[in-house]
Design a protein around this ligand. Sequence first.
Ligand code: EPZ
Length: 420
Amino acid sequence: MADAFEIRGGRALKGILEVGGAKNAALPIFVATLIEKGTYHLNNVPDLMDIATLTELLKSLGLEVEKTDKNSYKIINNGLTNLTASYDLVKKMRASFLVMGAMLAHSNNAIVSLPGGCAIGARPVDLHLKGFEKLGVEIEIEHGYVKGTATELKGGEVILDFPSVGATQNIIMAAVKAKGVSVLENVAREPEVVDLCNFLISMGAKIEGVGTGKLTITGVEKLVPGTYSIMPDRIVAGTFIIAAIMFEGTIEVEGVVAEDSSSFLAKLKEMGVQYDITGQRLKILSKLSELKPVKVTTMPHPGFPTDLQSPMMTLMCLVTGNSEIKETIFENRFMHVSELNRMGAKIDIDGSNAHIKGIKEFSSAEVMASDLRAGASLVLAGLKAKETTTVNRIYHVDRGYENLVEKLVGIGADIKRIKI
Ligand code: EPZ
């Protein structure tokens, strides 16, 4: 028996969708508590399966992790009791590989299972490992595990071949207590990388160039743990904004940080979407029939985020004319296309390009989520399709959208979790 969403679409939705804390910022920040002994208080943590999975991994390494309320955690690091992150725990979630840099910073040693492939692409970790080597870590791969050893971590120069989010985060964590200065170039500039840096800086780390492609990190002897609140989730915000556009202004979105979503909002403007932002509350002022087709190319930040590619595609389906998406970050992130086509979409793929022909409306169907954002794109389509859509494999969606059913029911949607 597995969970699925049953959505009776076509209902009029009205109300406010609230954005919670960012999964992709919370995960590296949780991991960073491995670096230094002490007590941490983390707030605005999304209540998600991925956080529960990471909690299990951190506990296996010796941390005490206590959920103090729905969105707050207390983490106590009394020193690591185990320096091996096992395959059983790492295979559940790729972000687990981030423990490598933090464990190296804590103990100069770490053994971490290689994460393996996933549905959206091969996702190697070569850039992470090259970075560690530049900081004086000797890397060996044995029996599916990466073993990193150093007598001490030393500052070094790292130029990433590609601005990988995970490699950037992993190398930052290794560098904050390394001896001397590290210069990291061509690093990822995603807001979630900035949030990790801000968390580390709040503990006394010395990081310059935050939010740019070049970071200069001067290693410090000690960090001082404290309290930190996770940034709002810009991908959840984007997904909710798309819902608001699809429902033509009856839904408002609270928790939109415009500067974190600049390329997404710029693309919406190019489509003809009109909106008003007051504080962090966004309201849509335009109608679907006024929108024009556009071309989107996914890029590292500040380009258009790959994580909003599939929700954006659902919106493009309802725009008259021919829209286009080019996916440049992951080699296999079009698995939602065949499912959207089962719902009446007219999308053709050639290589890394998707050609989307506008349709009048979605037709409900039984479909399957292939990854978490693909799942979100199907839920969006299901909310508009008249009659019943069933979205299977929603464990993907549960990994990244906090209380999605409750939030959608709160604005009038007929969606429920069923066992199939
Ligand atoms: C992060 O994954 C996010 N995950 C992803 O979100 C997001 O899609 C991705 O960044 C891109 O923005 C988390 O933050 C937990 P990358 P990450 O390293 O760090 C290649 C979601 O839906 N690469 O920037 O794994 C890689 O194969 C998820 O929430 C190498 O070749 O992404 C990919 O093609 C899915 N070698 C590209 O770079 C490496 O050593 C981007 O990957 C590392 C990466």
